[in-house]
Design a protein around this ligand. Structure first.
Ligand code: SF4
Ligand SMILES: [Zn+2]
Length: 333
């Protein structure tokens, strides 16, 4: 199956102009309440893990170039993007991989990119934990109060990480490296994945609750990301064949409720209410999506109490109660 996906990926992937960034936009961010943020997606060679095997849900390789992108080209991308910058206090710099991996962005360029936004109060970059070490953090020490390092832990369960996600690192590596960065004054944002493949809806909820609690010891913000079905991924193949459904929005609400005491879990689902994203039913999707967003900005669990009494909620409750029984021995007792 993996070979088939690999073959489709290499057939569909194209070399784009290395001086062109992938995308730039502005969106609200939960920073000091509700602030506007500026988002840039840079075009690089992409995550080294794609070239190994890749995570089961990740389709970001389609935003990357098959050939390496030079530091000069990356700075042209940043200069072009800056023309659209309107002084937003939060700047998110994404590169469909690890910002701190020097094979994707050389060290000098990493520093230059961070220096390109002196007005920003918070700059967020993403990386896998193996690229966080003392030497690298020392290079960025002057920015430590403004730099937030985002890490996709996804799950604190080793089996889920290995068998459902194919993440290629362990929860203990995450804890060690995120802890190191925090001890040196950087802030940490952790991504938790809701409902990787091969988990039932209720197993997925438990997994996300546990993962949020586990990561809270080293995280300033925890972002709960319900799986969305991305092109040319294992998740997409399972979804097309009827073996996978993205999580219910009710499950997102449940995880937010059960972790609200942490006061740092947020969720901004991608493509919510669509077949490829977290969804309930047409009657209640919009209201539930709004409540999830409100909670993420306010951290007030009260906004999750006034949700519609929709029929689909009872269907979701039945799934939570009975789905596990269909393939375990629990029902035999
Ligand atoms: S999810 Fe992150 S680590 Fe996994 S393949 Fe995608 S970019 Fe790489
Ligand atoms: Zn509904």
């Amino acid at each position: 199956m993996i070979d088939e996906i690999r073959e489709i990926r290499s057939r569909t992937r194209r070399e784009e102009r290395p001086e062109d960034y992938v995308a730039v936009w502005s969106e609200y961010e939960p920073y000091k309440g509700r602030e506007r943020s500026f988002v840039i997606v840079l075009r690089t060679h992409g995550c080294f893990w794609f070239y190994h095997s890749g995570c089961s849900m990740c389709g970001y390789f389609s935003d990357t170039n098959p050939s390496p992108v030079s530091g000069e080209s990356l700075m042209v991308q940043v200069e072009k993007a800056r023309k659209k910058y309107r002084g937003e206090k939060v700047v998110k710099i994404y590169n469909s991989g690890s910002f701190l991996d020097p094979r994707e962005i050389d060290r000098e360029t990493q520093l230059k990119i961070i220096q390109s936004f002196p007005e920003a109060e918070r700059i967020i970059v993403e990386t896998r934990p193996e690229f966080i070490n003392e030497d690298t953090l020392q290079l960025f020490r002057d920015f430590r109060e403004r730099l937030m390092i985002a890490i996709g832990l996804e799950s604190s369960d080793e089996n889920v990480l290995r068998k459902s996600i194919n993440k290629g690192f362990t929860p203990s590596l995450f804890l060690e490296r995120a802890g190191l960065a925090r001890s040196m004054g950087f802030s940490i944002k952790t991504y938790i994945l809701l409902k990787p493949p091969f988990l039932t809806e209720s197993q997925a909820i438990e997994d996300s609750v546990n993962s949020a609690i586990f990561s809270s010891q080293v995280s300033d913000v925890i972002s709960l990301n319900p799986v969305n079905v991305q092109n040319y991924t294992l998740v997409e193949k399972l979804w097309r064949e009827g073996y996978y459904r993205p999580p219910w929005l009710w499950s997102v609400v449940e995880v937010l409720r059960r972790t609200s005491h942490l006061k740092r879990v947020v969720s901004f689902p991608t493509a919510p209410g669509s077949m490829r994203g977290a969804h309930n039913c047409r009657d209640c999707d919009d209201q539930v999506i709004r409540a999830i967003e409100d909670f993420s900005f306010t951290q007030d669990p009260g906004v999750l109490d006034n949700l519609p009494d929709c029929d689909c909620r009872r269907r979701w409750e039945k799934i939570i109660r009975y789905e596990n029984l269909s393939f375990t021995t629990l029902g035999d007792q």
